[in-house]
Ligand binder design. Structure first.
Ligand SMILES: Cc1ncc(COP(=O)(O)O)c(C=O)c1O
Length: 428
């Protein structure tokens, strides 16, 4: 799929029409190596000051279309988790595909409204919503507050009463399921701060049903991030099935269930798998979850939607050899992409300007920031590299630009959006 998407950049320059056949695509690629490397439009890359995010908008569109294909005909609503990437241009594309929005701050609420998401299809998560953020959600008739504690429930009820309205809510349930992912991105176990424990859920539900300015719509779950095995989701389905049986017996019906996000992407083979296996993912819920008549299933995907379409492009400032190590020092750093420093996350690193087939050497790929953790990759075999070479750090569309900072008083990275009618714009 990636190759097809990539040929669109080529078509812009060469006037060649797009082919879907794989061999033809490879032939086109070989014809014009100066224009295309690992799917990157090299003219565009070389004209742009580094570091910057390169978004392949064709991959994003294909991803969104695949989600639409997989959910058509099912009572499913997919929300996009803005925290993964809040770039306004990307938000508009996602909103135009009809997705809802999953938000965690007042800033995200404003960005989602600006981008054209439907407030009725917005969910507002987070353990520490402040009063102004709750009021903003209420003013906009937000589809659902995912409530994480009884104090939060009571404040939402009070603020809704002051505004003369009813707040739509779901309880975020902590199902105590270990998604076997990195400890900083697991969220559904009893030891972390998120959600309401199953043991106190019944009393919390009864409490909410008695509050005059609360409309309890359903239950919400989110078990973690970068989940690539379906077993934790299957376990989540079992837990939800049991809970629905329990509440059915008590005559309590939920209009929706929200299973959160967390679907992972393939960080090791971005060219082969630019789009996650949505068939397996949605299939797990289609098979395992016993939704009740009229009940809708909500999803809140972030990484799976935008992760594969973005890469961080950087130039090599220096190649440095020390006694034990050989370093590639980039002009991008942890301020542009913090995931490797924060979670020891793996990203493929590709030298886009090295001669294809050139010999390799082992490098540590690092940034210029004054922190020892400013490392993108350790002991990586890469083509022999030189000052001025251009490097792509792949699969950086999610939690890349949105987590960028100006530590060391560095500039925020700019970004380009590439498809057959590309244009360029700076970060807003
Ligand atoms: C409540 C909630 N929903 C959705 C997401 C999106 O997760 P992902 O990007 O892994 O799909 C997160 C991520 O932290 C979250 O906390």
């Amino acid at each position: 799929m990636a190759r097809l998407l990539n040929t669109s950049h080529l078509a812009l320059h060469s006037g060649i029409r797009l082919f879907t056949d794989r061999t033809t695509k490879i032939r086109i690629k070989e014809m014009d190596k100066t224009l295309l490397q690992h799917g990157f439009d090299m003219n565009l890359v070389e004209q742009t000051a580094t570091p910057f995010y390169y978004y392949d908008m064709d991959i994003l569109s294909e991803t969104l279309q695949e989600i639409q294909r997989q959910t058509r005909g099912y009572p499913f609503t997919v929300h996009y988790a803005l925290k993964a990437n809040g770039n306004p241009h990307i938000l508009k594309v996602i909103a135009n595909h009809g997705l809802g929005a999953d938000l965690v701050s007042g800033g995200e609420v404003k960005a989602a409204i600006e981008a054209g998401f439907d407030p009725k299809e917005m969910t507002f998560s987070g353990v520490g919503k402040t009063d102004w953020e709750i009021k903003l959600g209420l003013e906009n008739n937000m589809g659902c507050f995912n409530v994480e504690s009884i104090p939060e429930l009571e404040i939402i009820n009070q603020l809704a009463a002051e505004m003369g309205m009813k707040a739509n809510i779901a309880f975020r349930v902590n199902p105590d399921i270990d998604a076997h992912t990195h400890k900083y991105i697991t969220t559904g176990t009893a030891d972390n701060k998120f959600g309401i424990g199953i043991e106190v859920l019944e009393q919390t539900v009864m409490h909410a049903l008695a509050l005059p300015n609360i409309h309890l719509r359903g239950l919400h779950f989110h078990i973690g991030s970068q989940i690539t095995m379906m077993q934790p989701y299957a376990m989540l389905c079992d837990t939800i099935n049991d809970l629905l049986d329990f509440y059915d017996e008590r005559g309590i019906h939920f209009e929706m269930i929200n299973v959160g996000g967390g679907l992972g992407i393939d960080y090791t083979e971005p060219d082969q798998h630019p789009i996650p296996d949505f068939d397996q993912y949605f299939g797990t819920f289609k098979r395992q979850l016993r939704l009740r008549p009229g009940q809708r299933l909500h999803f809140e995907l972030g990484r799976a939607i935008v992760g594969g379409c973005g890469s961080l492009i950087s130039r090599i400032t220096f190649v440095k050899e020390s006694r034990n190590k050989r370093f590639i020092i980039l002009d991008a750093g942890m301020t542009d992409l913090i995931r490797p420093a924060l979670y020891q996350a793996h990203h493929e690193v590709q030298n886009l300007t090295a001669e294809p087939g050139s010999p390799t050497k082992t490098y540590d790929v690092v940034g210029p920031v004054c922190e020892s953790s400013d490392v993108f990759a350790q002991d990586r075999a890469l083509p022999v590299s030189h000052r001025g070479d251009i490097v792509a750090i792949r699969s950086a569309g999610a939690y890349g630009e949105s987590m960028a900072s100006q530590y060391n008083m560095r500039q925020l990275p700019s970004c380009v959006f590439a498809n057959d009618k590309y244009y360029k714009k700076s970060r807003i």
